[in-house]
Ligand binder design. Structure first.
Ligand code: ADP
Length: 678
């Protein structure tokens, strides 16, 4: 059995319960029955021998007569249970002397043998209840303070919490970066970024090496890149490698509903960091506070955010360069950051963390496949090729999703098909096999998708087809999956071919069904965007060649071109799209039979693969070339890698033997260190 752990809450709870109990038990004793009666009745009762004790209060001219247990029923007509142990009768009296005389008389007659007392307190009850009330309200205040503390949230150690602590930073601190257990080994790929981060680790580990030569340690580095590419991971790895404390905070943590809190949190964060130097401060999503300050106050600039940013700017400049605090920040919108933040002396370095390429994806797969139970002979190269454009986080997700899918099918190990399903699911969403569709709708979706497939098969630069499916997924009714080559540059021809194959769906509908549908909306949207991009930004049209109207400033309301140019642009776009549409129709006419077969196959099987398309159309005239290129490139890379490895090995061996000799020569006990970046 797991005993619940002891904590402070218990004490608070106990105190409150005790107070409440005290309040009620006290109350119940007080409420033991009292009645009032006249003086003559009192005298009769005493003479009957009912009185146990008599207490006279001179201040309010009353007396209390406590009744003997055996006569309680005679006086109160109730049992002891109802009246309490010592019920009393209150009697208004003329004077205390009169009572004393009477009591003395009763004593002589042996009718009264108990005590006769004077009560000198003004009003005992009043004081009692005062104390009780103080205790009670004290209890309530305790509870209130406790709740406030909980609301304030835990901060660094016990420091956080309470309404008075909103100005304290909410940074999470890891005393030892190593506690996170993340090192560079866990970050796959990103060789460039890792190398730069390695330098930062070096600065933290032995700063003297750099300062001795007069250099200054950089104050900060900005990690820029799309989400999920491992920026946070890299920052953690730096802390892990350097073994220094690590403060982690998100840009939005600075913001609160109170004014001035952000700035004070920044100051507090740096204050804390200074006591722990050398250390790393990591601010995730810095664009939440670091956005460019607005130049026009009338536009409603966010004062609070600007104050926070100003505090950050001063703090980063405010401490001596050698104090050993390195600020790392991550963002995926470097273009939005304030230029003051980016100037040298603050974030002097910008480290770009890009989406991984083929080889890097492979490495990331290796990292995330480690915990999985895999089928024998799983081709990781294949997986990496199936996931172009995926970030590290996406790949981690694919691996996890694949494991879940395999488990759902009660498999022993995770196999290739599970990974493919996971990729499909992440790109397209969950399959919706239950979506209600008429036969006719299904048929027209098949014709549409077959149109895409046909065109991409017969245009030279279109991406190679992987599979076509008419199973609805997410919001899409059907889809054709391609394997984009990872090109850095896009040629005009490739873009036109892609446009053509995008339009192939609509063209097939028009040609083979006779009426067009809304199913092509997404295709048309992408085509139009692409065409505008080509004309306005890439200077790829005949009438506006070599002109780029790209505008860096996001919020400008003016177009950097005239109305006439806008008209020309529209015309060019229209012309371009129309041309490609005609071309698509032409290709489809040429391969009419093939297209019909493809559509039929799709209706029957719902999912068809490149192999099936090849059976119908024959080998794709251009695939071999694209693949050849890819293969040649991979081969060259592999060779280069092998060569580099061999050279490094040689160098290392040479160095090792040299070191050995020298240490033998001098009898030096210093151990030879392996070169760091081996
Ligand atoms: P961001 O760049 O948005 O800060 P993170 O660093 O939080 O992204 O990455 C999210 C997750 O993605 C990580 O926890 C890790 O599992 C995975 N990941 C991202 N990049 C890599 C990489 N290069 N190597 C290994 N895992 C990665």
């Amino acid at each position: 059995m797991n005993m619940p752990r002891f904590n402070m809450n218990w004490i608070y709870g106990l105190v409150i319960i005790a107070l409440i109990m005290l309040y009620f038990t006290q109350g119940s004793e007080k409420s033991s029955v009292k009645t009032e009666t006249g003086y003559s009745d009192f005298k009769t009762m005493v003479m009957k021998g009912y009185a146990e004790k008599i207490v006279v209060n001179k201040y309010d001219n009353t007396l209390q007569m406590y009744v003997k247990a055996e006569h309680i029923r005679d006086v109160f007509h109730q049992g002891v249970q109802q009246t309490g142990k010592s019920p009393s009768v209150t009697v208004a009296i003329g004077s205390a002397d009169q009572v004393e005389q009477f009591v003395n008389k009763a004593r002589e007659e042996k009718k009264f043998t108990g005590k006769f007392l004077y009560d000198n307190s003004k009003d005992g009850e009043f004081f009692n209840s005062l104390i009780m009330n103080i205790l009670f309200f004290g209890g309530i205040i305790l509870v209130w303070m406790f709740i406030m503390r909980r609301m304030g949230g835990g901060g660094v150690g016990m420091g956080g919490g309470g309404i008075f602590n909103v100005g304290k930073s909410k940074a999470q601190m890891y005393e030892k970066g190593g506690d996170l257990g993340i090192t560079f080994k866990d970050v796959a790929g990103q060789a460039g970024a890792k190398q730069e981060m390695q330098e930062i680790v070096d600065f933290l580990k032995n700063p003297q090496k750099y300062t001795e030569l007069g250099g200054k340690i950089p104050k900060g580095a900005l990690l820029v890149g799309p989400p999920g590419t491992g920026k946070t991971l890299l920052a953690k790895a730096v802390a892990g490698e350097a073994g220094v404390p690590f403060f982690s905070m998100s840009g939005s943590d600075f913001v609160e509903m109170f004014v001035g809190v952000g700035a004070s949190r920044v100051r507090d964060l740096f204050e804390k960091a200074k006591t722990k130097a050398p250390c790393i401060i990591f601010i995730d999503e810095i664009d939440a506070v670091g956005r460019a300050r607005s130049k026009n106050p009338a536009m409603g600039g966010n004062d609070e955010r600007e104050n926070t940013l100003n505090a950050l700017l001063t703090e980063m400049d405010g401490f001596g360069t050698n104090s050993g605090i390195i600020t790392l920040a991550a963002t995926n919108r470097a273009d939005m950051l304030d230029s003051a933040l980016m100037r040298a002396g603050r974030f002097d370095r910008q480290i770009h963390v890009d989406l991984p390429d083929l080889n890097e994806r492979k490495e990331i797969f290796y990292v995330h496949l480690k915990p999985l139970k895999l089928e024998q002979g799983l081709d990781i190269d294949f997986l990496a090729r199936q996931t172009p454009g995926f970030s590290g986080a996406d790949i981690a997700n694919v691996c996890n999703e694949a494991a879940l899918i395999a488990a759902r099918h009660n498999r022993e190990a995770v196999g290739k098909q599970d990974f493919l399903d996971a990729v499909d699911r992440i790109i397209g969403g969950l399959e919706k096999k239950t979506k209600v569709m008429t036969e006719q709708e299904k048929r027209s979706i098949a014709i549409h998708e077959a149109g895409h497939a046909t065109i991409s098969w017969f245009t030279e630069f279109a991406n190679p087809l992987v599979k076509v499916s008419i199973v609805p997924r997410g919001r899409a009714l059907g889809a054709a999956w391609y394997l984009p080559e990872e090109r850095v540059l896009q040629t005009k021809e490739a873009m036109l071919d892609e446009m053509c194959s995008l339009l192939g769906g609509r063209a097939a509908e028009e040609l083979f069904i006779g009426h067009i549908s809304t199913g092509a909306m997404n295709d048309l949207e992408r085509t139009t965007k692409q065409a505008y991009g080509m004309v306005a930004y890439a200077g790829m049209s005949d009438k506006l060649p070599n002109l780029c109207y790209y505008n860096q400033q996001e919020y400008s309301f003016q177009k950097p071109y005239s109305e006439t140019t806008a008209k020309i642009m529209d015309d060019e776009v229209l012309k371009m799209v129309n041309e490609q549409y005609e071309r698509a129709k032409q290709i489809l006419q040429e391969h009419k039979e093939g297209h019909a077969q493809l559509a039929q196959l799709l209706v029957e099987r719902e999912v068809i693969f490149a192999d099936d398309v090849e059976k119908i159309f024959g080998k794709r005239p251009w695939t071999s070339r694209a693949e050849e290129l890819l293969e040649a490139q991979q081969r060259a890379e592999a060779e280069a890698m092998a060569e580099r490895r061999a050279k490094e090995l040689e160098a290392k061996q040479a160095e090792d033997s040299e070191n050995k000799e020298s240490s033998e020569d001098k009898g030096d006990s210093k151990e030879s260190e392996a070169p760091e970046n081996a």
